[in-house]
Design a protein. Structure first.
Length: 350
């Protein structure tokens, strides 16, 4: 059995496949990724089974963890996966023995409405992993069992079927990816516990937002605001990958790490900012938070049209949003938009 170090080398080869590679090369990568995952699960004694075909469906595989069988689905597509793909997998899980759970791994992430759609459905029995989770398991050496145990616990305690393992730490001079915490599995208690974090466990402000495009806009604005004010504050940004899931992820973070940081929620108003504020107030289990609710979306701050951005694709949306946020007149936006002014003040701790 290869070591985790050897799996890291194999994984990096797959990750570095050029974006313009042929369809055949990408299909080959998909099969190689499935084999890599089987090795990763075997390394943590999770007794993986490869793909099989029950009548009328395809199952990518399964693992055995702490007395329970988990069905697996793994995808490596160019674009984030829609809710329909998750529903198809959930249907497979629903059709098995009561208590069976599913683990879905998407290297391209999930559409921003997909996780909310699954969360609002009946019977949560699927947890979601993405490339950041696979990075944590392989590249950062956590191992897949530690990642799964953390995410399973958050799903059970808070209904957070997607729980981020990393965020962005923003200061006046840089933005970098940080681990939420360096976690380890305590074999005595059978639980995931905190260890000394690889990065600061707290920041001056903790921000939870909906999706990756929001995170890009927020981090760009935050770095500019801190630099402009010559502020030494640090901001940690975490992505919930959904609007309805924001309170669940925020509660899970707060209850796990007992953060002393103030928390800022940035989420779209979707033409109902009052209803959005009510949803947050009803869902959050602690008092030390504020919100900024751009309406109808955070792209309103940039003067961008969401319909056009969605048609252009996720990669263009991220890059274009970053470019506009870097050039925008922050003071003018602060003057004309009350919600951005709230965001601005929160960044500077006012």
């Amino acid at each position: 059995m290869p070591s985790l170090f050897e799996l890291k080398t194999e994984y990096e080869t797959l990750v570095n496949l050029p974006a313009d590679a042929s369809a055949a090369a990408k299909r080959k990568r998909g099969f190689a990724f499935e084999r890599l995952l089987k090795k990763l699960f075997t390394l943590d004694d999770l007794d993986p089974r490869g793909g099989y075909r029950p009548e009328g469906e395809q199952i990518d595989g399964s693992i055995y963890l702490d007395g329970r069988v988990y069905l697996l689905e793994a995808k490596w597509h160019a674009e984030p996966l829609p809710a329909s793909t998750l529903y198809q997998f959930k249907g497979k899980v629903d059709g098995k023995l009561a208590g069976t759970l599913g683990i879905f791994i998407s290297m391209s992430g999930y559409a921003e409405d997909a996780i909310d759609a699954l969360t609002l459905g009946k019977g949560l029995n699927v947890i979601l992993l993405d490339s950041k989770d696979v990075d944590a398991a392989i590249s950062r050496g956590f191992g897949i069992k530690k990642v799964l145990k953390l995410k399973l616990r958050k799903a059970a305690e808070e209904g957070a079927i997607y729980f981020p393992l990393e965020g962005e730490l923003v200061t006046a001079t840089q933005t970098r990816v940080v681990e939420i915490d360096a976690l380890h599995f305590d074999r005595v208690t059978g639980s995931v516990v905190e260890s000394q974090p690889a990065a600061p466990a707290s920041a001056d402000l903790l921000i939870v937002c909906e999706g990756d495009s929001d995170r890009v806009i927020i981090s760009t604005f935050a770095e500019r605001i801190l630099a402009r004010a010559e502020s030494p504050r640090s901001i940690k940004i975490l992505t919930a990958m959904g609007k309805v899931t924001i309170p669940r992820v925020a509660n899970a973070l707060w209850n796990t790490f007992h953060s002393e940081s103030k928390l800022l929620i940035v989420t779209d108003g979707d033409n109902d900012p009052v209803g959005t504020a009510t949803m947050l107030a009803n869902g959050l289990e602690f008092a030390d938070w504020v919100s900024a609710i751009p309406n109808p979306t955070i792209e309103t701050w940039l003067g961008l049209d969401m319909v056009t951005l969605r048609r252009a694709g996720s990669r263009y949306r991220l890059e274009h949003s970053r470019e506009v946020a870097q050039q925008l007149d922050i003071e003018e936006l602060r003057t004309r938009d009350v919600q951005f002014a709230r965001f601005y003040d929160a960044i500077l701790g006012r």
